[in-house]
Ligand binder design. Sequence first.
Ligand code: 13P
Ligand code: SF4
Length: 303
Amino acid sequence: WPVFAPYIHAINRLKKERGAVILAHNYQTPEIFHCVSDIVGDSLQLAREAGTVDAEIIVQCGVHFMAETSKLLNPDKTVLIPDLKAGCSLSESITGADVRRLKAANPGVPVVTYVNTSADVKAETDICCTSSNALAIVESLEEDTVLCIPDEYLAMNIARQTSKKILTWKGHCEVHERFTADELLAYKQTDPNIQIIGHPECHPDVIAVCDFSGSTSGMINYVKEERPQKVLLVTECSMASNVEAETPGVEFVKPCNLCPHMKRITLPKILDSLVFMKDEVTIDPLIADRARLAVERMVNLGK
Ligand code: 13P
Ligand code: SF4
């Protein structure tokens, strides 16, 4: 990758000089994921790691809600995001005012909020969850009815695995909602040996035809451990490229969909971020104190 080399070199040098740490989500492009990141992972791993990093500066290579989560857990550190516009369709599907209305309409029902939300929404929440712990979080609650928001499909996928009544919201991931069961079945018909593994943000009909479903890191671990001959990852495009580099011998079929928000993060923007110390993520302290509780409850549950 000669075109990336000067950026990789400059970022790694400046990162050391500044004492910064780079956290990257599994959907970051291979040159970011493999060449400049210090810590990679799914949303839960990044949230856990954000709470323990030593560095004074965190550069979050992912979308805005991930940087906000890091800031919530590190209020005294500088958290930078290389592009402030890196959003998320799930996060944009719901506001704090929506959650207040939902709570008023469902008194006494605990609110489990997917981490893919703004701090404003988290502040109205009892406990957060990610795709890797959603079922455990729901099961940890005493109540028989749970509001699981804002991802309708994640909620429907959880509902299939619990006896609790799950209420939800109409939010969707614009990347995962595009996959269809028919499309995947066509791959199975062409090659019955293909392993299909999907992210729980997909519609339950899609998950029903998958051989395995899990968080982004859950999917990566599955491929690393099972070493299928041929695999199709029903998720964002960069995942397959990132795992492919680490699993020689596994053939990846790639009918992937791109996340335009994740793709806003690029090497030149990461370099700019370190040179100019931008863009800093800030959260209104009144919101942050309440939102932090919901994230901390989630992080502490697995301890
Ligand atoms: P994970 O927590 O599985 O990494 O999912 C985050 C995400 O944004 C998936 O679209
Ligand atoms: Fe949000 Fe979907 Fe992109 Fe993940 S892949 S950041 S859920 S839009």
